[in-house]
Design a protein around this ligand. Structure first.
Ligand code: ADP
Ligand code: MG
Length: 405
């Protein structure tokens, strides 16, 4: 059985082909074309641009995938696409292409929930045997991936740019939503805070990079809603914003004697003594801060940014780990899984592994290349559903607000 899947829920166009034979599923092709560059200058995803790019990339990726898989369309047994949640005008492209192929080749169509794709992805594991680039963006991988047994009951933490969910997974299609974010998703908090700090997009990897070697205890950021199974990250974001103007400000280069021009001309310089060196420091003006909150960092020593990123990251990791473990213990589940873009975060993976280990709970995470949006996870969910006898009607609409449970 061979499944072809498209993923176009947001700003990544992706196509994958997954074959299931006696030795298990094998990923024959996985192509991803990222549009990050096209949206970066607008500070967020522009739906119109995203859907136009899906229209351009999808046919190219389809050609690339069938060539890489050495599998003509006529040998594909089912066509799948993400049917939600996501941007309506983006979802429509992938779903329409998959439906068209299904109708044209007289094969079944499966509409797959993007979040189900994420939450099943930790069960998709194995060694990557080869890799190739789509030439369109991030590149793709073609590999032999083996499923690790059945979908065992687990508590699944799905952490992405759009979602923060705790789901009790009892088996394939048997999902119970336990907790969700009441405001920002964890990835969104990473992205917004990175922007505030003048770092690039996507913010998660930027903050992780700048947090390396930083002191995660230096800044005491809030851990919101500790007694709830839901999440809230907007208070944390606000705490960073209020901290910025109060940061200890010391010029990055220690100057002895000479007063830095920028420090005297616009600010309120004050002399400080550190050891034997006389240095100058200043805070940014209110106007400068309003125009650009990250301007405070220009006068902060390098380790301030590092400690700030480390402390912010730790606040998110603490909340995610604590709540996930509590839910697993409450429901007496001996397996925790994490997926979604934020689960690429090495600190989250490490601390979740340590914390589950201490409680005797097994831990599985999606492979890093499967964490952010891709079509391999959609093909995998489609394959498991197909095996279990599921099919979708080609008249089934996409649903931008599709729920996983
Ligand atoms: P969505 O499908 O909601 O767009 P993805 O699953 O593609 O989300 O994940 C993207 C999100 O993951 C972004 O918010 C990004 O900042 C975050 N992310 C990616 N890598 C990391 C990382 N190393 N640490 C923290 N967050 C990360
Ligand atoms: Mg996603």
């Amino acid at each position: 059985m061979t499944v072809l899947a498209l993923e176009t829920s947001c700003d990544e166009t992706a196509v994958a082909i997954l074959r299931d034979d006696r030795s298990g599923p094998e990923l024959l092709a996985s192509e991803v074309a990222s549009q990050v560059a096209a949206h970066e200058k607008y500070g967020g995803v522009v739906p119109e641009i995203a859907s136009r790019n899906h229209l351009i990339y999808a046919p190219q990726l389809l050609d690339g995938a069938v060539a890489a898989a050495k599998t003509p369309f006529s040998e594909i047994d089912a066509f799948a696409a993400t049917s939600g949640p996501g941007l309506a005008s983006s979802l429509m492209i992938g779903a329409s292409v998959a439906k068209g192929l299904a109708i044209g080749f007289g094969k079944p169509y499966l509409g797959i929930n993007h979040l189900e794709g994420h939450l099943l992805s930790p069960f998709f594991a194995g060694a990557m045997h080869s890799s190739r680039s789509s030439g369109l963006g991030d590149g793709g991988v073609a590999s032999t991936m083996r499923v690790q047994g059945d979908i065992r009951p687990n508590v699944s933490l799905v952490v992405s740019g759009g979602h923060t969910l705790l789901v009790l997974v009892r088996g394939l299609t048997n999902y119970q939503l336990i907790g969700h974010t009441v405001d920002d998703a964890a990835g969104e908090a990473f992205d917004k805070v990175a922007k505030m700090l003048g770092l690039g997009y996507p913010g998660g990897p930027e903050i992780e990079k700048h947090a390396r070697g930083g002191d995660p205890k230096r800044f005491d950021f809030p851990r919101s809603m500790p007694a709830s199974e839901n999440f809230s990250f907007s208070g944390l974001k606000t705490a960073v914003r209020y901290l910025l103007p109060k940061l200890p400000v010391i010029p990055s280069e220690v100057e002895s004697g000479a007063v830095r021009e920028t420090a005297t001309r616009t600010g309120r310089p004050e002399a400080e003594r550190t050891g034997s060196e006389r240095i100058k420091s200043r805070r940014v003006t209110e106007g400068e801060f309003q125009r650009d909150p990250s301007s405070t960092l220009r006068f902060a020593r390098g380790d301030v940014l590092r400690d700030l990123c480390a402390s912010f990251q730790q606040a998110i990791v603490d909340v995610l780990v604590t709540k996930t473990i509590a839910v697993a213990q409450k429901h007496r589940v001996d397996l925790v899984t994490i997926s979604g873009g934020v689960s690429c975060n090495q600190e989250l993976r490490r601390q979740m592994r340590d914390a589950t280990g201490r409680k005797g709970i097994e831990f599985k995470s999606a492979e890093p290349w499967l964490c952010t949006d891709n079509a391999a996870m959609i093909a995998f969910a489609a394959l498991l559903r197909l095996r279990a006898g599921y099919r979708s009607k080609v008249t089934e609409e996409i649903d931008p607000n599709l729920k996983v449970a």
